[in-house]
Design a protein around this ligand. Structure first.
Ligand SMILES: [Zn+2]
Length: 700
């Protein structure tokens, strides 16, 4: 049975049907199109282009383009301030065009409004999940509190406190529910969603399952409270509210998994970090039954230009091959890198048309002989010497994934070790790349990097850390509850609840893991410096809130447990107290300008300035010390006009960043291929230079 929504579309005579050359467009009645991928790969641009193309192919359809990305780049891309209320994106342009045409007759203005399409077109909105969640939480948290069944040890209030902490993952879910409701209401025919970064999106897909699990436990508890064998009293209003919400969430998930209704477009770049993340993301989407319809490789270099130009293209070849090997049924489409990123409707529309033609995928196909070039020698004397690295013990390299944070952090750590002695380099990025960058096999245990005098590196296994901790705590709780009075063979309600609480740990726990491990490093005296290759989470600007939530959760749990010290939960409570005290040491260090500084890594690209500006603002708001911005991979001076033009654009972007953000900018040059291994990293680090002399003076 087709849903009413689909049949409505089916009736539309205007919708052209068929597979376009090289690209699937209006080939079906799929309503929901998700564009996902890590930050900075251009998913917003491609989502916008796709929406414009959909509208062009079916002028009578209403297409909603919506961003769930907290980075809010859709406004930047469309040069239009967007809000949670959909606005038509083309109206202005059409009106402006009509106004231009009608210039001799100023009265032509009335005509301009008519010039827009009758009812179709693209509407855009940016959902602010946090704002959306506010009203919902006011109802949701008390409902959880009331629904949570108390055991012998844990009171209603205790449980409410704990469950109340476990809510941030809901925000994304609420955002998406809102969007899908707009589609279901019939207001829009198609919805193109620019999704949140990878980890958020996966969390969103997992949320309904977790919610159902929790409600199951609540129900079982209620039945048990009513007495063995008996049915529990009629569900309370709160329970009904939660049930309804869970049902909605499950229905949504069902829609997302339905290949006839939804399509997931995975956007990526032909670079090491995006490749690793994309392969992981692809597998995880598959695991969850989300229909991935294509892999779009953005910013592929063409076959024109000098050796350096072809070298940039050769660098991309192995990654494209990896994408092609993912699944032969999932097409890989190549999108040409534009010298000027398509921004604003005037550039986005032709871009959308070219992309839709599918020609680029064919003409840019990689030959078997194409591969990475040799490393270009770095200039022995950079134009303006780069200022020294921050003097603090902790140095964080943060920024979007794929900007080359790991290379920069590793290069810094290598030279610091040479100059100053033992350094610890830690990656908190879930998709680690330090092993590759250092050409050394790293694990979750500090390992001395071969060939160095005291460079130790570690790739944190954050998920593993929490599951170990959870296991330890569960064992302790089981032991403590052993002495509690039991009815028959039943597991005590308190223990059941405690287990569930540990399973329902809020997002942000992983970041807490990173904090705990960094504290371990901090309290060890043997490292003069600790260089952190930061998680891209930082750039999604929620790490602090999430950590707060996670800490709140721990604190609540600890508060509850310490009330029952006499009942055998004392040891566990002490454990948690020690843990909270432990990470407090790190939080203090983080807030002290004498102990920690941040370096924001970015690229010389058009949208980078706005993005970095927001990240810097975010860090500053939280009283974290941002030392400078590092613009990575700026091309070297060249005779080739294409290379020179690109270099000019990159330097201009760097200047915009310096001016807008008001922090000194250091430039790290592109050396042909990504530096790897100690020798190349050292050469890379020596090639860094200050963007301008004044910035250098300011920094000194
Ligand atoms: Zn060139």
């Amino acid at each position: 049975m087709p849903s009413p929504r689909l049949s409505r579309i089916g009736r539309r005579p205007a919708a052209p049907v068929g597979v376009k050359e090289g690209h699937v467009f209006m080939s079906d009645a799929r309503v929901l199109h998700f564009f996902g991928g890590k930050g900075g790969v251009g998913k917003t641009t491609l989502a916008a282009a796709y929406a414009l193309r959909l509208a062009e192919e079916a002028p009578k359809e209403k297409v909603l383009l919506v961003s769930l990305d907290p980075v809010r780049s859709l406004s930047d891309l469309l040069n239009k301030k967007l809000s949670a209320k959909p606005v038509k994106v083309e109206e202005d342009e059409a009106a402006a065009a009509a106004a231009r045409e009608a210039k001799p007759e100023p009265k032509g203005k009335g005509k301009a409004a008519k010039a827009t399409k009758a009812d179709g077109g693209v509407w855009a909105m940016e959902v602010e999940p946090a704002a959306l969640a506010k009203g919902f939480l006011a109802k949701y948290v008390p409902a959880l509190q009331k629904a949570a069944v108390k055991g012998q040890h844990l009171t209603e209030e205790d449980l409410g406190k704990l469950y109340g902490q476990a809510t941030p993952g809901l925000e994304e879910l609420l955002g998406l529910l809102h969007v899908v409701e707009l589609a279901d209401s019939g207001e829009f025919d198609r919805v193109v969603v620019d999704t949140a970064p990878t980890s958020h999106t996966l969390r969103l897909f997992d949320m309904p399952v977790g919610l159902r699990k929790f409600l199951g436990i609540v129900k079982a508890g209620a039945e048990r409270a009513a007495g063995k064998g008996k049915k529990a009293a009629a569900p309370s209003e709160e329970q009904l509210f939660l049930e309804e919400f869970a049902a909605k969430a499950e229905k949504l998930l069902g829609q997302l998994k339905d290949p006839a209704r939804s399509a997931f477009h995975l956007v990526t770049l032909a670079e090491p970090v995006p490749e690793a993340q994309t392969r992981m993301y692809f597998a995880q989407l598959r695991e969850r039954g989300i229909p991935v319809v294509e892999v779009v490789v953005n910013q592929v270099e063409d076959k024109e230009g000098c050796t350096a130009c072809l070298g940039r293209r050769g660098l991309q070849a192995p990654h494209v091959r990896k994408y092609q090997a993912l699944d032969k049924n999932v097409p890989v489409h190549l999108v040409l890198k534009r010298e000027v990123a398509p921004r604003g409707l005037e550039l986005l529309k032709p871009f959308a048309r070219e992309w839709a033609s599918g020609k680029e995928t064919k003409t840019m196909e990689f030959a078997a002989s194409e591969g990475p070039p040799a490393l270009v020698r770095a200039p022995s004397m950079p134009p303006i010497a780069a200022p020294p690295l921050p003097p603090t013990r902790l140095i964080f390299f943060v920024g979007q994934g794929g900007v080359g944070k790991s290379s920069c952090a590793a290069a810094a750590a290598v030279t610091l070790t040479e100059k100053e002695g033992p350094v610890l380099l830690i990656s908190t990025d879930p998709a680690h790349s330090l092993s590759d960058v250092l050409q050394s096999r790293l694990t979750d245990v500090e390992t001395q990097v071969k060939g160095t005098k005291g460079l130790y590196a570690r790739e944190l296994d954050m998920a593993g850390w929490f599951s170990n901790l959870r296991k330890r705590w569960k064992e302790k709780a089981e032991k403590a509850f052993e002495g509690a009075p039991k009815t028959g063979n039943e597991v005590p309600t308190d223990l059941l609840l405690f287990r569930n609480l540990l399973d329902a740990a809020p997002p942000g726990i992983d970041e807490l893991a990173a904090m705990s491990c960094l504290t371990d490093a901090l309290v060890q005296e043997r490292f003069k410096r600790i260089v952190v290759d930061g998680a891209p989470m930082v750039s999604s600007m929620r790490v602090v809130e999430l950590t707060d939530t996670a800490r709140g959760w721990f604190t609540a749990l600890h508060g509850v447990l310490s009330k029952y010290k006499s009942k055998g939960l004392g040891e566990l409570a002490d454990d948690m107290a020690a843990f909270l005290k432990h990470i407090k040491r790190f939080e203090d260090a983080l807030a002290s300008p004498n102990e920690s500084r941040f370096v924001v890594v970015t690229r010389g690209e058009d949208l980078a300035a706005a993005r970095s500006e927001r990240l810097v603002e975010y860090l500053k708001e939280r009283k974290l010390q941002v030392e400078r911005v590092l613009v990575n991979r700026v091309g070297p001076k060249a005779d080739c006009p294409k290379c020179e033009n690109r270099r000019k654009n990159e330097l201009n972007a760097a200047k915009v960043i310096e001016k807008k953000i008001g922090l000194p900018v250091t430039v790290a040059p592109a050396l042909g291929r990504h530096p790897a291994g100690l020798r190349e990293l050292k050469a890379f680090r020596t090639a860094w230079y200050a963007l301008s002399a004044t910035a250098k003076t300011k920094a000194a």
